[in-house]
Design a binder for this molecule. Structure first.
Ligand code: N7H
Length: 595
């Protein structure tokens, strides 16, 4: 291969010793061929930097084009709107259901449509510390109303029966999907006691005999438009003979999108590799690191956000390989028409906010009389259980107090690992992060406990029980959740919702068993994993032990590495409904399922 002037080449070793050749170019050559003169600097993050394979030069990984008109938009890039509606339906009369589906399928919002809107929001808000002044801001005139559809294995079975694809349900390899959430509930550690609220027998929908065949997810910029669409679709479905099993609306809380325990949610998502034809930026996930700065800049979208091959989430694309820069096998764990589809896990999770707050207060009081823990507050304990402060600022970067600017700075709030000191990457032209000291290595969880929620569900670059660095790339999920119910006020007393508030938890993945179920059961609900005995995920996790011994504990450290154990018998998060679904491509909806 001929080398261009000014381009040096080095061989570098990436995870496990596989080699890739990456061009190292002088920094001043990183400009943006797509940007018209005068375009705001921060938009450069959404364009393909010169020197990447997408621009026809260099050797960045060659990323596949995702089918923007086929993949449903909540899978990639995600709806991320302030309103979310959920409608669960049962199929009785199959002919009526097919007719209804044929009518609603053309209204499905695609990846390409959602992407145009997301790019506008990103450009409007910026990425760095300037976001603090743009919290919740949307471009003027934005008024999207979106809809996506998913079907359970029961729903697919009804729609496919007697047709050309009647045998295809058996081709879906995932046992979790085949059996459904209610049947897998005990495996997730949900209460086995049939009188317990979290037992499937008591779920508002999705328990035995109330499993949904169809799940619609709606999204809107404006609540009124969202609830109007929900009412419209519900009426159409009922008129076609479908049974309405459940409907609920979720709303973004506060300007930024906190959840009921008071923490900023939706910060860390895997960066999906891939490109979209005709999209001005090229890449689905923005790239913010100057690719000439260091060879492994190609591993990241935003700083600290690992890029993951799309086959981990969408059927029919390459998965992660041993080397994160080289695509693995194409993943199609279902029939041919499942290409461009994705599994959707939906769980209605009630949150015991008063109970969680009381636990934080009691724990802080008990700890603060112990040497090494003087002065700890309920907020300190909460930050140790999550791994982030309420603003989203990671304890790894600011161990002693919250920092609202760091919390919103997407160029800085994910820059930490657990195994090694974090490296601050030079950013692409026009981007600037705020300044905070770099996060230190924390291999045993002295700062961010091993049991912290974010450490339980994402081992980042640290070795874990699955293997060495990055062994967990195929355990990531795309989270698309919003809270339901009104916030509980600060002062305890009358609760108008009687504790009925929580999270409409939704996530997409290519394997329910290996991704959602693995995280819930394998890591959050295990005291010993992903590595060393740090305890349970106290906030979300369940103790899946059979019987009634549902006690959970975890270790946190005070000054001077003094350990302390926190213990509870309470479940702060209680499952109250849900299901496992498959979100097909638009053409599969129209040409396979609705006919
Ligand atoms: Fe979690 N919370 O708001 O307190 N979650 N979660 N989650 N969660 C995260 O990065 C929360 C649940 C993941 O890459 C944050 O967005 C609540 C389930 C993953 O660093 C906060 C509930 C599962 C991540 C919360 C809940 C996950 C994550 C930090 C239930 C999967 C990304 C902010 C009521 C099985 C981790 C952020 C990373 C982050 C909260 C449930 C998974 C604050 C309240 C069931 C993968």
């Amino acid at each position: 291969m001929t080398e261009r002037p000014g381009v040096s080449r080095r061989r570098l070793l990436i995870s496990g010793g596989l080699a890739a050749t990456v061009p190292l170019r002088p920094r001043e050559s990183v400009d943006n061929p797509d940007s018209p003169p005068g375009r705001p600097a921060r938009e450069t993050a959404y364009t393909v930097p010169a020197g990447t394979a997408a621009a026809g030069q260099g050797q960045a990984p060659e990323e596949p084009y995702l089918d923007g008109d086929e993949i449903q938009g909540n899978v990639v890039p995600g709806f991320m709107k302030p309103y979310m509606g959920v409608l669960a339906l049962g199929i009785g009369d199959v002919a009526g259901a097919k007719k209804w589906l044929a009518g609603v399928a053309p209204r499905v919002t695609t990846l390409a449509e959602a992407m145009q809107s997301r790019a506008k929001v990103r450009a409007h808000r910026g990425l760095g510390p300037e976001r603090l002044h743009q919290l919740g801001a949307r471009p003027p005139g934005m008024n999207d109303v979106w809809l996506n559809i998913a079907l359970s294995s029961g729903g697919l079975s009804r729609l496919l029966s007697g047709g050309d694809h009647a045998g295809d349900l058996g081709l879906f390899a995932d046992q979790g999907f085949q059996r459904g959430l209610a049947a897998r509930s005990s495996l997730l550690g949900d209460p086995a006691d049939p009188s317990a609220e979290g037992n499937p027998a008591n779920w508002v929908f999705g328990g035995p005999g109330r499993e949904a065949d169809v799940l619609l997810i709606l999204a809107a910029d404006c609540e009124k438009a969202g609830t109007r669409l929900l009412a419209e679709v519900r009426a159409e479905a009922a008129a076609s003979g479908l049974t309405v099993l459940y409907e609920e609306s979720g709303y973004k809380l506060g300007a930024t999108g906190i959840e009921h325990f008071g923490f900023q949610d939706g910060i860390s998502q895997p960066g999906v590799r891939g490109r979209l034809a005709g999209f001005p930026g090229g890449y689905i996930t923005p790239r913010a690191i100057d690719p000439s700065s260091r060879p492994d800049a190609w591993l990241y979208g935003l700083p600290g956000q690992y890029l993951v091959w799309p086959g981990e989430f969408v059927f029919g694309y390459p998965r992660s390989g041993a080397d994160p820069l080289i695509p693995g096998q194409v993943n199609l764990p279902g029939p041919a028409w499942s290409r461009n589809g994705s599994y959707l896990v939906f769980r209605r999770l009630r949150q015991d906010v008063a109970g969680f707050r009381a636990f934080l207060a009691e724990s802080a009081q008990a700890l603060s009389v112990r040497p090494g823990f003087e002065g700890v507050t309920p907020e300190w304990v909460g930050a140790r259980l999550v791994g982030r402060w309420p603003s989203g600022a990671p304890v790894a970067r600011v161990p002693y107090a919250d920092d609202a600017v760091l919390g919103v700075d997407r160029l800085a709030n994910n820059v930490f690992g657990f195994a090694a000191d974090a490296v601050e990457d030079p950013l692409a032209a026009g981007l600037k992060a705020g300044y905070w000291p770099a996060a230190k290595a924390d291999p045993v969880g002295l700062t961010c406990p091993m049991a912290a929620h974010i450490r339980k569900v994402n081992a980042r670059e640290a070795a874990n029980d699955l293997g060495g660095r990055r062994a967990s790339f195929n355990r990531r999920i795309l989270r698309r959740s919003l809270p339901f119910g009104s916030p509980l006020g600060e002062v305890s007393g009358h609760d108008p919702d009687d504790g009925n508030r929580g999270l409409l938890f939704a996530c997409y993945q290519a394997s329910i068993e290996d991704q959602f179920e693995f995280l819930a059961n394998g890591w959050m609900g295990s005291a010993m994993r992903p590595r060393s005995p740090g305890g349970f995920d106290m906030m979300i996790g369940q103790n899946g032990m059979p019987g009634d011994d549902r006690m959970r504990s975890c270790t946190v450290f005070g000054r001077g590495a003094v350990p302390a154990t926190l213990t509870t018998m309470s479940d702060f998060v209680v499952p109250t409904g849900g299901g496992y679904f498959f979100s097909p491509s638009v053409s599969a909806l129209k040409e396979v399922l609705a006919v």
